[in-house]
Design a protein around this ligand. Structure first.
Ligand SMILES: N[C@@H](CCC(=O)N[C@@H](CS)C(=O)NCC(=O)O)C(=O)O
Length: 213
């Protein structure tokens, strides 16, 4: 099997999305830390791997990929028979695609803005923009109302087992659980149970250990 490498940062949500996937699949990989505090991602040689100057970058033999969700879809497909089956099967396949888009198009924007305001800014002593917090709390609440309805009828978002559609949420949820935005999840019983369930997955717990290295 060709060697796998992830260039990224342990505190980057997009990087953690890829590490979660590799852990679910039980795949070996080399982690190459990119120091975002010095802007390493905006300089060569990193720019030769990622033209937008971001993390993560995934390398598998001669293949070089950026965009975390494209990387996880590649890994899930390429290693369909290894570890956790992360794609919805058969007739549920398009439902999996739909809920992955929901995460990317509806959840990511308000969730990542709240991560920035409530988790990252306080770490660096940067003043919080309360108007942005209010606006994105309202937006995320509406998204989670839809999730609550969906999770009444289905234990997981897309199909009857854990898939990429659930997994893609983990990094933003992990940060938000340490902020006042946790209340948005806790106040919706089915969302709250889903969060407890997916954040306790051994693969996710193992992915997070990268922060201890
Ligand atoms: N849509 C991209 C987002 C990548 C992204 O925004 N990465 C952030 C870290 S989570 C980054 O590199 N930020 C530094 C920068 O933009 O300079 C993906 O999912 O890979």
């Amino acid at each position: 099997m060709a060697a796998m490498k992830v260039r990224g940062n342990a505190f980057s949500t997009a990087t953690m999305r890829v590490l979660a996937c590799l852990r679910e699949k039980g795949l070996e990989f080399q982690f190459v830390p990119v120091d975002m505090s010095t802007g390493e991602q905006k300089k060569e040689p990193h720019l030769s791997f990622h033209p937008f100057g971001q993390v993560p970058v995934f390398e598998h033999g001669d293949l070089k990929l950026f965009e975390s969700r494209a990387i996880t879809k590649y890994i899930a497909h390429e290693y369909a028979d290894k570890g956790t089956q992360l794609e919805c099967q058969g007739a549920a396949m398009p439902i999996g695609l739909q809920w992955m888009e929901v995460e990317a198009q509806q959840f990511e924007s308000p969730a990542s803005k709240l991560v920035w305001e409530l988790a990252v800014k306080p770490m660096y002593g940067i003043p919080v923009d309360e108007a942005a917090v209010e606006e994105n709390t309202a937006k995320l609440a509406k998204v989670l109302d839809v999730y609550e309805s969906r999770l009444v009828e289905s234990k997981y978002l897309a199909c009857d087992s854990f898939t990429l559609a659930d997994m893609h949420h983990l990094p933003n949820i992990d940060f938000l659980m340490g902020t006042k935005a946790k209340a948005l999840f806790d106040s919706r019983p089915h969302v709250s149970a889903w969060v407890a369930h997916i954040t306790a997955r051994p693969a996710w717990v193992k992915a997070l250990t990268i922060r201890n290295n």
